[in-house]
Design a protein around this ligand. Structure first.
Ligand SMILES: C[S@@+](CC[C@H](N)C(=O)[O-])C[C@H]1O[C@@H](n2cnc3c(N)ncnc32)[C@H](O)[C@@H]1O
Length: 192
């Protein structure tokens, strides 16, 4: 897809691409994939990238859950960004939230060792769920997000902050698998 072996970062629900376009421009040594369900928003991302001559960003119109579950090669991502995902505030709709235990398992499979999951939201209830999911998910440790990354705000984030609603941030790094089944621990020529 990118024609090189640079690390790949993914943003799910990229909106108008404010964050990912800036991030891609700041990091020409990395590749970026922006996922959006809405075609109009994907077109905005495309226009931004073309206008700014950004060549390391691709967009894809697809359901984030489907992509995570079925389309990513194991260990293929260096980072996943999920910023202000739809909060589905009513309890009977919580099942539609993107960040669930199954999501964490798919994220762990798709991330390379040391790969990072970046989360932001304005919604305290959803934030609690994010913390709960990633605290309980095996193979992640909490880390601090780099200040330079946090300074790159998304479109929704700017709007929320302007209305006095703060950004809630959670960041987790994938830890290497350990134990007898860890791939890295297998000697060359290992036969199950
Ligand atoms: C609240 S907006 C946030 C957009 C952007 N991340 C920001 O912070 O400005 C959520 C975005 O996720 C997209 N989205 C929601 N559910 C999705 C899904 N299942 N797959 C892909 N995109 C999705 C929506 O179309 C929307 O653009």
């Amino acid at each position: 897809m990118f024609g090189n072996a640079n690390p790949v970062e993914l943003e799910l629900g990229a909106g108008d691409g404010s964050f990912i376009a800036r991030h891609a421009a700041e990091h020409p040594e990395r590749n970026f994939l922006a996922i959006e369900r809405l075609l109009g928003r994907l077109r905005k991302i495309d226009r931004k990238a073309c206008a700014q001559g950004i060549t390391n960003l691709r967009g894809m119109r697809i359901e984030a859950g489907y992509l995570m579950e079925r389309m990513l090669a194991p260990g293929s991502l260096s980072a996943i960004h999920v910023y202000f995902p739809d909060p589905w505030p009513k309890r009977r709709h919580w099942k539609h939230r993107l960040i669930q235990p199954a999501f964490a398992a798919h994220a762990r499979a798709a991330l390379a060792d040391g790969g990072v999951m970046y989360l932001r939201t304005d919604h305290s209830g959803y934030f609690e769920q994010m913390l709960d999911v990633f605290t309980k998910a095996p193979g992640f440790e909490p880390v601090a997000a780099p200040p330079a990354l946090l300074a790159n705000q998304t479109d929704f984030e700017r709007e929320f902050n302007a209305r006095g609603i703060p950004t809630l941030v959670a960041t987790y790094r994938k830890t290497p698998a350990t134990g007898p089944c860890a791939t890295a621990a297998r000697p060359t020529g290992f036969t199950p």
